[in-house]
Design a protein around this ligand. Structure first.
Ligand code: 1PX
Length: 214
């Protein structure tokens, strides 16, 4: 029987981040969430040791999908409309998680930080030597983008999981876009869009003092 996921590759997933960018320089929610769902599939393929990570991302995507399927869906059309709506209606907990523990803003902030990790990691892979260690690239990016936001236990578990990652070239092949060289080329094409999504979101969160939400 044909594998239903034969056409599923990282290029298809990363295109979603290009589609997030609207003409008005907004970040559109639906392709953002679709991109994350694709990344979850990749994460699941990397082995059971990554299950605790993919479960957390999935929970966050589901929180956002609930907003997109609610009566307020238009307010969650883009990251910009979400921020405007949640702030002007006092739907964000700024000091500690209380009345609105799962606001869209704090949920997207977690994904936004993780997107920074992804950007650094894929850029590291793309520009590294053939004999570079995937686990080191992963750890370096994690230490820059995410580690400060995670407690000790998670940092340890993450470090153990990274050690199970395949070599650089084998990892590039799991992207399912051809040879390692072709994967590197695909990443070079895709990374600017991820960078733009990250920058626009960062600006939005910065301007609205949302970068430290509990
Ligand atoms: C073929 C290449 C594609 C690779 C795709 C990989 C996609 C990985 C996406 C990782 C997303 C991680 C989201 C983390 C969100 C987060 O920070 N959550 C924590 C805080 O949330 P809370 O609601 O409690 O405030 C939460 O506590 C975290 C739980 C689990 C640990 C998260 C570790 C993140 C490590 C990121 C590296 C992923 C390794 C991928 C290997 C290639």
């Amino acid at each position: 029987m044909a594998d239903v996921d034969t056409d599923f590759n990282l290029k298809v997933v990363l295109v979603n981040f290009k589609q997030c960018l609207s003409e008005k320089e907004e970040v559109l929610m639906d392709p953002y969430l679709t991109g994350w769902k694709g990344l979850i599939k990749f994460l699941n393929n990397l082995g059971a040791v990554f299950a605790f990570i993919s479960k957390d991302v999935l929970t966050k995507v589901q929180i956002m999908e609930k907003f997109r399927n609610s009566e307020q869906k238009e307010n969650y059309f883009s990251l910009q409309s979400m921020v405007k709506y949640e702030i002007s209606n006092n739907l964000v907990d700024f000091q500690k998680r209380a009345d609105h523990p799962d606001s869209g803003c704090r949920t997207i902030l977690r994904l936004h930080r993780a997107l920074h990790w992804l950007q650094l990691f894929l850029d590291g892979l793309r520009t590294s030597q053939e004999d570079s260690k995937t686990s080191s690239l992963c750890t370096d990016s994690y230490n820059i983008a995410l580690a400060t936001y995670h407690p000790w236990l998670i940092r340890k578990a993450v470090t153990v999981a990274f050690c199970t990652l395949p070599s650089r070239n084998a990892f590039l092949e799991t992207m399912n876009v051809g040879t390692p060289e072709e994967a590197v080329e695909m990443l070079s094409d895709a990374m600017p869009f991820i960078g733009q999504v990250y920058q626009l979101s960062q600006k939005l969160f910065e301007e609205n003092a949302l970068l430290d939400l509990p």
